[in-house]
Ligand binder design. Structure first.
Ligand SMILES: C[S@@+](CC[C@H](N)C(=O)[O-])C[C@H]1O[C@@H](n2cnc3c(N)ncnc32)[C@H](O)[C@@H]1O
Length: 250
């Protein structure tokens, strides 16, 4: 049975983003809506409980598109941490002029708030979802089934195994949401996505501006340093948070 959602609260109950009222993620959903003429499917790197993955499936169906969305995740939480994920990397980024004074001030304020509620700012604890272990493939696919979505695929496992250069070399993406928080996760997934992104395609970089995960920005800057594309500021949310993405040249 096909089921759609019409009222804002329904998204909250099901733990989904509303693709038509997506706040900071609006540039991603809007890009998909406005570029359905591009070939390729949609890719999500970092699914957790399917908040944005299932919303993307819903979005594509409403738009009458036959594109699919494929989500990659371990569905068992973060597999590994790198030195670049340590909180002190924010200070190094600031010293190198890579993040603004305002960004570092928010990072430090966030640390103070975390400390006040007894949480530490390390990458495994900085998020309210911990290490994101509390999910499963079945739980995500059950949400898709509940809505009657037939355009959602998942690939389970650490990216180091599921996003290697030789995996699905013929896959093509027109858009991607990279939302995987950590240095190694960005380092491994960006080449996989970029190689398969069609000219004119777009990647939303969820942690390029983050108060918790500095390694994502380090890995992204290292990846694009040798390429003919670079992250661009898409919008600044009302709370001052920056949203970044990158287009593949045509
Ligand atoms: C911030 S959550 C994704 C949130 C999701 N997009 C949403 O809409 O709620 C990050 C996810 O990335 C996954 N992840 C991070 N690094 C990974 C890796 N190297 N391999 C597999 N999964 C990874 C985690 O398991 C976690 O579920």
């Amino acid at each position: 049975m096909t089921r759609d959602l019409t009222e804002g609260w329904e998204y909250g109950v099901l733990g989904l983003k509303d693709p038509d009222d997506a706040g900071g993620l609006a540039p991603y959903f809007d890009f998909i809506r406005d570029h359905l003429d591009l070939p390729g499917d949609v890719c999500e790197v970092g699914v957790f409980r399917g908040r944005s993955l299932i919303a993307t499936g819903l979005h594509l169906r409403r738009l009458g598109s036959d594109k699919r969305v494929v989500g990659f995740d371990s569905f068992a939480g973060f597999p590994t941490y790198a030195p670049e994920d340590e909180p002190a990397t924010f200070e190094a980024l600031h010293e190198a002029g890579a993040i603004s004074d305002a960004h570092l001030a928010r990072v430090r304020l966030n640390r103070e708030h975390l400390a006040a509620v007894g949480r530490d700012p390390s990458p495994s604890a900085a998020s309210s979802s911990g290490d994101f272990g509390g999910t499963s493939v079945d739980a995500v696919l059950a949400k898709a089934a509940y809505l009657g979505l037939e355009n959602v695929d998942v690939v389970e496992g650490p990216f180091a195994e599921t996003m290697t250069a030789d995996r699905d070399p013929d896959r093509r993406f027109m858009a991607a949401l990279v939302d995987c928080d950590l240095y190694e996760s960005y380092r491994v997934s960006l080449p996989y996505v970029w190689e398969r992104l069609v000219p004119g395609g777009f990647v939303f970089l969820d942690e390029y501006y983050s108060l918790k995960f500095p390694g994502a920005r380090v890995a992204t800057d290292r990846f694009f340093a040798g390429l003919d594309a670079a992250p661009e500021l898409l919008r600044v949310d009302p709370n001052g948070f920056e949203r970044w993405g990158v287009w593949k040249p045509t």
